[in-house]
Design a protein around this ligand. Sequence first.
Ligand code: SAH
Length: 396
Amino acid sequence: MAHENLPVVHVINGRQKKLLQGHPWVYGNEIERVEGEVVDGELVTVVDFRGRYMGTGFYNSRSLITVRLLTHRSEEITVELIAARVRAACEYRRFVMNRPGTDSCRLIYGEADRLPGVIADRFGDVIVLQVLALGMEKYTQVIADALVSCEKPGCLLLQNDDAIRRKEGMECFTKVLHGELPEETVISENGIRLSVDVKGGQKTGYFLDQKDNHLFVRQFCRDARVLDCFSYIGGFALNAVAGGAREVTAVDISESAVELIKRNAQLNGMQVNTVCANCFDFLRAQVKEKQKYDVIVLDPPAFTKAHANMANACRGYKEIALSAMRMLPAGGVLATHSCSYHMPEDVFVNTVLSAAQDLHRQVRVITLRRQDIDHPVLAGYPESHYLKSLWLQMLD
Ligand code: SAH
């Protein structure tokens, strides 16, 4: 049975289709009217323009995403339902993440695990939990308890300090909810050890979505001179060394990230040159110096957080691709990424390929990859596919 007597959100005609396909969001400008007293963070029923039931979700007038649906079925939202979703999310990772030498993965990926705004990453013995949607805030303890009972971590850190929380009308804070936070969190990813800063690092501390692509780079690196741009704590760089690279350079603008690259190289007994610089400037300077590399990885942050900035974002992707291609001889490999949902896959690919055309170079598309499978894509919710990973080889 669904909840009775909830306020009712009427969606304008035309927007019911995506909801019927399983999309979990209703934007403010998709709402025709609201019946009843709505309270931010509380449940509402969503109906289409004919009054047909579309789902039940949380309302938040302060968010552009005014309603986040928890279900498209006629069922009640209970703590049991939330706990069951956490268990199902953990079970999926047990199903797909049996990887030798890897002790870390994303356990909860928000809407794609039907837990809107909830992120949980497992870093070895530490789970980092973030709750980024107001409606889910009151289930924090339920989610934490379910995670602890499924995964039995040594520590669960609630890392609620993402700026998105302010937009949703919540405070930012960090708190240990279970166990004790070790002085240093060292994870294993495909046999490589990485020190991750779960408190002060970017996002939850590390980008687990690139695990599989980190491993993929190895095969191109035997005796290669490799450049890892936007390296963060060195995921690609260290895997390049593991793949037999002759020389690896990692570049990032963040000082603390560069410190961690050094620490991580040391943890693995590996040699990586580190540079703390703006990659746009660094790449330009390297081209001027006529530097050559066999493999170049580009993994910039999201240039565009909104559809409107797409032209600018394309210019950014193209500029760094042009510089990289100028330093890659025939046979050289470029792995270039976009982690912005707003950048469609075909636009990204065409942008990068247009750089090769401008240089009158022919390239081979080796493959087009995605985020690792612990970040599943939910059918009907295209926003859950965000990472594009394009691998090219220069033919001439
Ligand atoms: N490649 C990494 C993830 C990169 S995330 C991995 O596989 O784990 C993007 C990184 O780009 C962040 O570490 C951020 O500090 C860095 N960054 C952002 N703007 C930059 C710039 N202009 N120049 C260099 N690094 C930048």
